[in-house]
Design a protein around this ligand. Structure first.
Ligand code: COA
Length: 435
């Protein structure tokens, strides 16, 4: 067997040394959340701050470290972040005009990467090398393979606290040009606060989920609350984009065993995992976790192959047509499209499948109705009126798919907060919707 340890030692250096490889004008690709090599990206940022680099672009998604290029406007022109999902620090830069955003369905990102981008380096945080010379891509598959295909070189940052995912992309030591070691706990997401409203919504949705169903839960308190409300179910399966804390809970309590899935039976399928240390511990060396590329996992034609596929996602506002905005408050970016539409479509194509978009009826201490006559000017439509299925608030559930405008308006007004129902009724009548 080749001496992979010697190869490793030859390529090993500090983050500052690896950052010296970067030249002005480089485009650097990295993937989501805990897959990002923070030591290396901080070292590149330091070079830009020192005036050594110009025109560097860094692609990220769900950025989880306090990168200067997303926080410090004065770095614009030297180094810039380009996000595939405007959240965290990227949100500030995108709204502030010193960071950019690439709108796309999550399932399409690998295709967009292969068609539109060439990376001077793909950079990633990996778990330690195994005896065969492989690094596991740990928590994230997502669009990493597409970035690897389009990258001139690969730089890895080895974090011995990264879990080793058995069923995920592996990178061989012979493929990489530089190795950095950086041991630290993985970033964790602030746990969502599950209040009475989220709990109520979770319970309403749980009533609609039969034993044996296959679930996807999105980002936010309500998908998490729904997860917690499913603990009494049996034989559930998971086919999801993001593997979350409530899913670990469901697996550990036995509500999920993946035994009734039509594809990947016995396995939990996801494209990335992000949340608490409990998630990372669960993934480590777990043969039942399949972390696969997003163009496969989020393809509606794959998602729908599991019967009774149920998707649960959140939103910021919905109008009386049923258009769902989950990305912006007016023109202010809050998030990306992510996989919401992929799962709305996949669930609705599945035999017995349903898709739920759920949110508290009001925002900002009850002063704003999230069900609106028309969307706030500038609001981004994430899920179209033709794709939407169920809308849920703490006041109940509206089934919109295939329903007329009149039925949609009546159902949505009935689940709006009582303080806003008269106003919504007045607006709907004015527009001739309540026939
Ligand atoms: N008008 C004004 N402000 C609003 C609002 C509205 N209609 N709705 C929400 N807000 C504010 C909230 O008050 C909150 O403000 P704060 O941060 O100052 O407290 C903020 O916007 C976030 O709202 P919240 O309801 O707490 O969001 P969340 O954490 O539950 O996330 C999404 C909701 C929609 C942003 C999130 O689900 C998302 O990113 N979705 C898109 C991608 C997706 O669905 N992917 C699916 C698979 S992972």
């Amino acid at each position: 067997m080749a001496d992979y340890k010697a190869m490793y030692q030859q390529k090993l250096g500090t983050a500052a040394e690896a950052a010296q490889l970067v030249e002005s004008g480089w485009v650097i690709g990295s993937d989501a959340g805990s897959a990002q090599p923070d030591g290396f990206l901080m070292a590149v940022s330091a070079r830009a701050q020192a005036g050594e680099l110009e025109g560097v672009k860094v692609h990220t998604m769900l950025d989880s470290y306090p990168y200067p290029f997303y926080a410090d406007e004065s770095l614009f022109g030297k180094i810039m972040g380009v996000s595939w999902f405007s959240s965290g620090g990227a949100r500030k830069a995108v709204n502030g005009g010193f960071g950019d955003l690439i709108p796309a369905y999550y399932r399409d990102m690998p295709k967009a990467i292969r068609a539109n981008y060439d990376y001077d380096a793909y950079v990633v945080s990996v778990s330690p090398m195994d005896s065969h010379g492989y690094f596991s891509l740990a928590t994230t598959s997502s669009f990493s393979e597409a970035m690897i295909d389009k990258a001139a070189r690969i730089i890895v940052e080895v974090n011995d606290q990264q879990p080793r995912a058995l069923c995920n992309t592996q990178i061989h030591v012979s493929q990489v040009v530089a190795i950095v070691e950086n041991s630290h706990p993985l970033p964790v997401l602030k746990p969502p606060v599950i209040d009475d409203v989220s709990r109520r919504i979770g319970e309403l949705i749980a009533e609609q989920i039969p034993d044996g169903a296959c679930i996807q839960l999105g980002i936010g308190a309500i998908p998490d609350a729904t997860g917690m409300a499913l603990k009494t179910k049996k034989d559930l399966g998971i086919h999801t984009e993001m593997f979350t804390d409530s899913m670990v809970e469901l697996l550990e309590c036995g509500a999920v065993n993946n035994s009734k899935k039509q594809i990947h039976r016995g396995k939990t399928v996801t494209t990335f995992a992000f949340g608490s240390q409990r998630i990372y511990d669960f993934i480590n060396d777990n043969p039942c976790m399949e972390i696969l590329p997003v163009d496969y996992v989020n393809d509606p034609n794959v998602i729908c192959q599991n019967d009774n596929m149920i998707s649960i996602n959140a939103a910021l506002e919905v109008d009386l047509f049923g258009q769902v905005c989950a990305e912006s408050v007016g023109t202010k970016h809050m998030s990306g499209t992510g996989g919401q539409v992929d799962y709305v479509r996949g669930a609705c194509q599945s035999k017995g499948g349903k898709s739920f978009i759920a949110f508290a009826s009001t925002a900002k201490g009850g002063t704003i109705s999230k069900i609106k006559s028309i969307l706030t000017p500038g609001a981004i439509v994430t899920t179209s009126k033709n794709d939407v299925d169920y809308i849920v608030t703490e006041y109940g559930m509206a089934h919109l798919r295939g329903e007329s405008l009149g039925s949609r308006a009546r159902q949505l007004i009935a689940i709006a907060h009582p303080d806003f129902r008269d106003e919504l009724t007045f607006e709907a009548k004015k527009r001739g919707m309540l026939i």
